[in-house]
Design a protein around this ligand. Structure first.
Ligand code: PLP
Length: 855
């Protein structure tokens, strides 16, 4: 390694930190840190572990948030703006410490303080567990959105579940995925504040009775929802919004009958049963599994959240005067609720139940309020991911909601009938209640009818929703349908994760891009600035060297830093086509075997991602990739020209580490299957080039950068549809291409699993006979395109210019832009550039104010 490696502290001092540590503040941080070590952790320097130091540091940083947090919530209470509520079963937040220091602008000061204390801040940061309360893109999107909402000063709050176990920890054992529970709260969570005083009851089961024309839901079982609040700081604007996560707590007077019967032990044990609701995140990505506990989770989130929102609406409007009759007609002027997919869609019948049964509004008024309040984001076109709850589950768990859904459906079908008389087939297609086979509730249909806005997450995806998946609904209500192309937060995904690149960019165009990512376009003028291109290349090389060192430590593989770092990291799914990537690796390997002296541009292929534990084929694909890796990495003929590594336990914190080192980003889903993708955007922002299909947001990335800066291959959506309509036959593509035929033969005959020659028969069978995602049809185009990638990589100047064009064209993909669009087109709220006043305001005696006001 020719490059001189700086010590971590030197590197961090050189880069990343605008603003100099102030001596005075450094001293304060040291004092607070020691105070927390002493009084909060009750340790001294002789017995403190690195984990104690992490917690002392987390508490120190948290102290800097609290006045801003209280001030922000006070400000909202006093000005009573329209509020945005983001409802999601997933918030994939990752780590909080470094993000908080960055947003508060205290990174340099804290760095210096810890250096003076002789502590390694990077080591402490590594101790923090990821908050892995999400599966993949959908959950990470929710996390990027709360960041952007705070940075744009939008009065918003995220609502979700505090799973005791987040997404499982993935181990790779003998090449197979093994799952371990993610016990992320084991050592405590310094970022959350429990609020037991605001517990809310949630009902399940029971039955519905009619009393003088009114419905009552009775004989229910009650579970309490305990809120835990996490601060969400905006970027240097003194705004701190909240993420409120609910945890299930058993009712206090639980099973009095048992107490009276004397079975005290059994009564206490049964408390665990209801607390199971928030025990664990369901690990499926893009797949619907109709489990009762999952429906309980969904309703638990929704019931607690709506009560909380209505309580806040009433308190804001009327103070705590219980007796006053509330005017709910203004509710949509004060509240917008965004449903992150259909997962929280039971909110629609719950809202109707609260307004009609509890608040005693008439149905039509209630429906009008509800529709104006809700908006629904669709996240997938895959039919197996669409939620269709069996009626019998709804009936036993939520009998009143099922009645309400039937009433909603009656109105929907009446509207359809009025507009399209005698079109019975259309009524059947559009019905919320599906009668063919097992009777089910189609949650997407309910969301479309019950929301004023429906959006897809990339232009192509929104277009396909209108033309295919929800065609009938689009014909009736075209004005409801919108597009909101996804985005990522440039704070976490560039400023924090790639400080050397961030610094280089700041040197040229200042730091406005951090909140106005479009300003990156100014870099385009440097496309012929050799010094700048060289600097870009140098930054990428440093990032690669750091990852190479990490790969040596973690996997004991020597990777060639001059090779193309070729990354595919995302959930393992057949539609994402990790298997196509694997076919390319095998093809390269076969070329070397055929001609040991073949000129091959060196590659390091990194694949990472979790498979849903019940997804057999996804797990087979992991085993195939690890098996190919064993053969390739151990073959002396290959040398350092090709290495394959399976990255264990891919998660947010790993994404932050490795994406800055990528040369090539694999975004190779079958056209028309990936709704948007956000991984694609992270790579583009970090100066990787993309090999990809015309799918999801790739289409818009190409629009922004020009197709000359993208490695495009494969069929278009139209070509896919045509091929499918004409009857696709994989065999016709296999027999035309001897390289593909060889790859499949090798997989089938145990070339990569000599001890178990039959191991991958299923995988080969899918390729030959059930190639639903058309890998064989796209293989040839993919391989040709990969050869083009290799050729281009040899022209390092051309490659560097393409990198520059990628970075400079990524402005559109900031989640700030996405959120500004939601605010304007769906929520009817205004972003605020205004900085809230800095703290601190002392508490004054105020005898006019009575009682604690929940925020
Ligand atoms: C961004 C991200 C994803 C989404 O990646 P896609 O390639 O869009 O599927 C998944 N997992 C993690 C940890 C991420 O950070």
């Amino acid at each position: 390694m020719a490059d001189k490696m700086l010590t971590d502290h030197e590197r961090r001092k050189q880069i990343s930190v605008r603003g100099i540590a102030q001596v005075e503040n450094v001293a304060n941080i040291k004092t607070t840190f020691n105070r927390h070590l002493h009084f909060t952790l009750i340790k001294d320097r002789n017995v403190a572990t690195p984990r104690d130091y992490y917690f002392a540091l987390a508490n120190t940083v948290r102290d800097h948030l609290v006045s801003r947090w209280i001030r922000t919530q006070q400000h909202y209470y006093e000005t009573d703006p329209k509020r945005v509520y983001y409802l999601s079963l997933e918030f994939y937040m990752g780590r909080t410490l470094s993000n908080t220091m960055m947003n508060l602008g205290i990174q340099a000061t804290v760095d210096e303080a810890l250096y003076q204390l002789g502590l390694d801040i990077e080591e402490l940061q590594e101790i923090e567990e990821d908050a892995g309360l999400g599966n993949g893109g959908l959950g990470r999107l929710a996390a990027c959105f709360v960041d952007s909402m705070a940075t744009l000063g939008i009065p918003a709050c995220g609502y979700g579940l505090r799973y005791e176990y987040g997404i499982f920890k993935q181990l790779i054992r003998d090449g197979w995925q093994v799952e371990e529970p993610d016990d992320w709260l084991r050592f405590g969570n310094p970022w959350e504040k429990a609020r037991p005083e605001y517990m809310i009851p949630v009902n399940f089961g029971g039955r519905v009775i009619k009393e003088n024309n009114k419905s009552k839901w009775v004989d229910t079982q009650v579970v309490f929802a305990m809120p835990y609040d996490t601060p969400v700081p905006g970027y240097r604007n003194n705004v701190v919004n909240s993420l409120r996560l609910w945890s299930a707590k058993a009712e206090n007077h639980f099973h009095l009958k048992f107490f009276n019967d004397g079975d005290y032990i059994q009564a206490v044990m049964d408390r665990n049963l209801s607390e199971n609701i928030t025990r664990v995140l369901y690990p499926n990505d893009n797949f619907f599994e109709g489990k009762e506990l999952r429906l309980k989770q969904q309703y638990f989130l929704v019931a607690a959240t709506l009560q909380d929102i209505i309580r806040r609406f009433k308190a804001n409007k009327y103070g705590n005067r219980e007796s006053i009759r509330v005017d709910f007609k203004t509710f949509p002027d004060k509240v917008a609720m965004q449903l992150n997919d259909t997962h929280p869609s039971i909110a629609i019948p719950e809202m109707m139940r609260l307004l009609v049964d509890i608040e005693e509004l008439d149905w039509d008024t209630a429906w009008d309020i509800s529709v104006k309040t809700f908006a629904y984001t669709n996240h997938t076109l895959l039919p197996e991911a669409l939620e269709r709850w069996p009626v019998h589950l709804m009936e036993s768990l939520l009998p009143r909601h099922l009645e309400i859904i039937y009433l909603i459906n009656l109105n929907l079908l009446n509207e359809v009938k009025a507009r399209y008389p005698d079109d019975l087939d259309r009524m059947r297609r559009m019905s919320i209640v599906e009668e063919h086979g097992q009777k089910c509730i189609n949650m997407a249909h309910m969301c479309i009818y019950g929301s004023h806005a429906i959006n897809g997450v990339a232009a192509l995806h929104s277009d396909l929703l209108q033309k295919h998946t929800f065609k009938d609904f689009f014909e009736m209500w075209p004005e409801k349908f919108q597009n909101k192309t996804n985005g990522i937060t440039p704070r976490r995904w560039l400023l924090l994760s790639n400080p050397s690149l961030a610094d280089l960019i700041c040197d040229k165009i200042g730091e406005g891009w951090v909140t106005k990512l479009d300003e990156l376009a100014e870099l385009k003028t440097l496309a012929n600035d050799q010094t700048f291109l060289d600097a870009l290349t140098r930054v990428k090389r440093e990032n690669k060297l750091r990852v190479a060192q990490y790969l040596k430590e973690e996997y004991n593989v020597d990777v060639n830093p001059n090779s193309i770092f070729d990354l595919q990291v995302k959930r393992i799914h057949e539609y994402k086509r990790q298997l196509l990537n694997c076919l390319h690796v095998i093809t390269l390997y076969n070329r070397m075997k055929r001609d040991p002296n073949a000129k091959i541009v060196p590659r390091t292929v990194l694949v990472g991602g979790k498979a849903a534990p019940g997804y057999h084929m996804a797990k087979q694909i992991i085993k195939l990739i690890t098996s190919v890796a064993s053969v390739v990495n151990d073959d002396p003929i290959v040398g350092d020209r090709l290495k394959v590594i399976y990255l264990e336990n891919y998660r947010v914190s790993m994404a932050e580490k490795i994406i800055p080192a990528a040369d090539l980003s694999e975004q190779i889903s079958t056209a028309g299957t990936e709704a948007s993708g956000t991984g694609n955007m992270k790579f583009m922002l970090n100066g990787a080039l993309t090999i990809g299909t015309l799918d999801g947001a790739n289409v818009e990335m190409i629009e922004e950068m020009g197709k000359e800066n993208f490695f495009l291959f494969g069929m278009t959506v139209e070509e896919v549809h045509k091929l499918e309509n004409n009857g696709y036959n994989a065999q016709s593509f296999i027999s035309k291409n001897s390289d593909l035929a060889l790859c499949i033969d090798q997989i089938e005959n145990g070339y990569f699993s000599p001890d178990q020659p039959d191991l991958f028969k299923d995988v080969a069978g899918v390729l030959r006979h059930h190639d639903r995602f058309l890998l064989c049809a796209d293989y040839e185009s993919y391989i040709k395109c990969q050869d083009e990638v290799s050729k281009t990589y040899m022209d390092s100047n051309k490659w560097a210019k393409m990198c520059l064009m990628n970075i400079a064209s990524s402005g559109k993909f900031s989640s700030d832009r996405t959120i500004a669009d939601y605010a304007k087109d769906i929520w009817g709220v205004e972003p605020s550039e205004e900085k809230l006043n800095a703290p601190y305001e002392p508490v004054e005696a105020d005898h006019q104010r009575k009682g604690a006001k929940p925020s």
